[in-house]
Design a protein around this ligand. Structure first.
Ligand code: PGA
Length: 260
């Protein structure tokens, strides 16, 4: 049985180029969503400088604002960093941590743990990204995901599990068009849930949403939900096209309606 309302997050990464273009994209998404009541939680994660402008465009909170990263200290001499209180002050209610593009630039499991620890002292949703760089026949990629996950989970108290989202994002599938098969995604979801159960017990693990990211498009979204059994998506490239992004949201809504 499904337990969670699907969560669809658009990770805009370092796009678009200007605040004007960001507002245009946001408004196009809002327009494409129309007035229909959707049983889907929607968030977009724009670059930091656009957050406060977009907050003004989302008075109904129909689309929540997420940040692409956070720094664990609250204030002080940390050139180039952005803190959680800053993000909250511009309406951010969810933060992505440990994205593979941050890890590729040197962010370590320990730093991710520190960010997670700060985040879970607040009421902000934490979307923790895990995923292997490549798949091997002997299944070593499971240990890669396990190590990333166990390290980050040390920063999550048992009382905050409703705020926890794990995004399984195999790096080889990000921005490549090489999407993981629904079966692979399902197996990894079960594996992640097993680790969550080890850590928090069964009832705790059931509160956590597990979503998938990596070349999600409208043409593969239904199978990933139905067979992959994930609780939603983290979407990069396809979230920059309002119509494509909203098509995926509508697919998630239909799935939510028809499945029990
Ligand atoms: P993609 O990116 O949808 O462009 O593959 C996903 C992500 O990196 O979150």
């Amino acid at each position: 049985m499904k337990q969670h309302v699907p969560l669809i997050v658009g990770n805009w990464k370092m796009n678009p180029a200007t605040v004007g273009a960001a507002k245009k994209l946001f408004l196009a998404i809002r327009k494409a969503l129309g007035r229909k009541r959707l049983n889907v939680h929607i968030a977009v994660a724009p670059p930091f400088p656009f957050l406060s402008e977009l907050e003004r465009l989302s008075p109904s909170q129909r689309i929540s604002l997420a940040a692409q990263d956070v720094f664990f200290e609250a204030i002080g001499a940390h050139t180039g960093e952005v803190s959680l209180p800053m993000l909250k002050s511009v309406g951010v209610t969810a933060v992505i941590v440990g994205h593979s593009e941050r890890r590729a630039r040197g962010e370590s499991d320990h730093e991710i743990y520190e960010d997670v620890s700060t985040l879970f002292k607040s009421n902000v949703t934490g979307i923790i990204c895990v995923g292997e760089n490549e798949r091997d026949d002997s299944g070593n990629f499971y240990s890669v995901v396990e190590a990333q996950l166990r390290s980050a989970l040390r920063g999550v108290p048992k009382t905050k599990l409703k705020q926890l989202v794990i995004a399984y994002e195999p790096v080889w599938a990000i921005g490549t068009g090489a999407v993981a098969t629904p079966e692979d995604v399902h197996e990894m979801k079960l594996f992640i849930q097993k680790i969550l159960t080890d850590h928090f017990g069964r009832a705790g693990a059931e509160k956590v949403r597990v979503i998938y990211g990596g070349s999600v498009k409208k043409k593969n979204a239904a199978a990933l939900l139905e067979e992959g059994q994930v609780d939603g998506f983290l979407i990069g490239g396809a979230s920059l096209k309002a119509k494509e992004f909203v098509s995926i949201i509508n697919i998630a809504h239909e799935y939510e309606k028809t499945s029990v």
